[in-house]
Design a protein around this ligand. Structure first.
Ligand SMILES: [Zn+2]
Length: 422
């Protein structure tokens, strides 16, 4: 039975290619969140013909949701002959803007030399198509299965997932007893299992000053210079300290196998948007956004204290230094253990198809798994899918057709194992 399924997936190469191209042709660009409804309905209509019950769930009231750009998610569920575990494949249908530098139409699904090109080809419509073909083929050869299978197409992953997986998770779509195992076909490579991601803390720091005429700055107090003092402290003490914090998490690429912090933005002084020149004022405030990525070995309170201690140190040593700090977002680091059912099932699929041990990796950035853990309290979840992460969001993004076929075979094997264990 297993041999037949694997062969049938190999024979579905053309169907898999066509499905990926059709998905790419929906320009589901986020922001603003275009074409979500027709794309979700396309997935729903297709799965209905394979016996799935289809639900469309709109992320009402979530960021960006309105009647012009509704946040339409699709969840498809097919019950087996007997009660048992539910395996869920979750893919985001949104893509980032195409940007410049393309040599092909980013929304046409051009096929060339065994690759499909297009925005979202690898991140992650190729993975979505592979999971659909894997499930459809599995059903043809295993109609007597136990348990349930779900496939979802969700929105807004690229902007935080609030109208997509977070919305569904808050309504119980990613919790037991409804769902037991989740595979997210993000492009982490066909022979790697992604167990989770580093943590995130975003914060806005504002330094305070006093406005005065730019010709007499000594009458005021420059908030940008106070911010400069903070950046100087970051360079002297914080960045070197972060570099030294190594982790046991197998983060890829290796440069991210430690703590990092990015300065996402800095704004100070009057805007020059109107006349091309700001007026001569001493800036009375300056704002900085930091993006700190942290490790399983770090507590979020310590991560915050490192920054707050520097700010308080400046308050003691630097005349008139005053600040405010505001949390924007925090996400805990996540690492599913290798011996959990879903990680083992995907790993054994990889062993069978590629005849090698899988690599276990951790993503440097977060994806929708965070909501499944945080809101759904479901921890048996991995990301596994075809495609090369480095190609995501870039011009001439592509996915290899052979990689999709092999990945679909791994997914079908993992699905069979997880359902039979029930
Ligand atoms: Zn993605």
């Amino acid at each position: 039975m297993q041999e037949k399924t694997l062969q049938a997936i190999a024979d579905s190469r053309d169907a898999l290619t066509e499905l990926t191209r059709e998905l790419i042709r929906f320009p589901t660009v986020n922001p603003p969140g275009e074409a979500y409804t027709p794309c979700a309905e396309f997935i729903g209509e297709r799965l209905k013909t394979s016996g799935f019950a289809i639900e469309y769930i709109r992320g009402e009231g979530t960021p960006g949701d309105n009647d012009t750009f509704p946040r339409t998610n699709v969840v498809a569920r097919r019950e087996g002959k007997r009660n048992g575990p539910c395996v869920h494949f979750n893919s985001h249908i949104d893509v980032v803007e195409a940007g410049d530098g393309w040599t092909v139409d980013p929304f046409d699904g051009v096929v060339r030399d065994g690759r499909i090109y297009g925005r979202g080809a690898c991140d992650m419509k190729g993975g979505l198509a592979a999971s659909i073909i894997a499930v459809e083929t599995f059903l043809m050869h295993n109609s007597d299965y136990t348990g349930a299978i779900e496939i979802s197409g969700t929105v807004d992953e690229e902007s935080g997932g609030f109208g997509g997986v977070a919305h569904l998770a808050s309504k119980g779509y990613f919790s037991k007893p409804r769902v037991d195992h989740v595979i997210i076909p993000e492009p982490l490579n066909k022979d790697r299992v992604c167990l989770g991601h580093r943590g995130v803390w975003w914060a806005e720091i504002e330094t305070k000053g006093e406005i005065a005429h730019g010709s007499m700055p000594f009458l005021g107090d420059c908030a940008v210079r106070h911010m400069g003092a903070l950046l100087h402290e970051f360079e002297q003490t914080l960045f070197p300290a972060l570099d030294r914090k190594q982790t046991r998490m197998p983060v890829v690429p290796e440069g991210a196998r430690r703590s990092t912090m990015n300065i996402n933005s800095i704004h100070g002084g009057q805007t020059d948007d109107y006349t091309g020149l700001p007026s001569p004022n001493v800036p009375d405030r300056c704002k900085l956004t930091i993006d700190r990525r942290f490790l399983l070995e770090e507590a979020i309170t310590d991560v915050k204290d490192e920054v707050i201690d520097i700010l308080n140190g400046l308050k003691e040593t630097r005349p008139n230094f005053d600040y405010e700090i505001r949390d924007i977002m925090e996400v805990m680091p996540l690492m599913t253990e290798k011996d959990t059912p879903v990680a083992s099932a995907v790993a054994s699929g990889i062993r069978e198809i590629f005849d090698r041990e899988p690599d276990y990796v951790i993503s440097p950035g977060t994806y929708d798994q965070k909501h499944i853990a945080r809101l759904g309290h479901l921890y048996d979840c991995v990301a596994y899918g075809p495609g090369i992460l480095d190609l995501a969001h870039r011009p001439d993004e592509w996915i290899g057709i052979d990689d999709m076929v092999q990945s679909a075979q791994v997914m079908a094997l993992a699905l069979g194992q997880l359902l039979s264990e029930g």
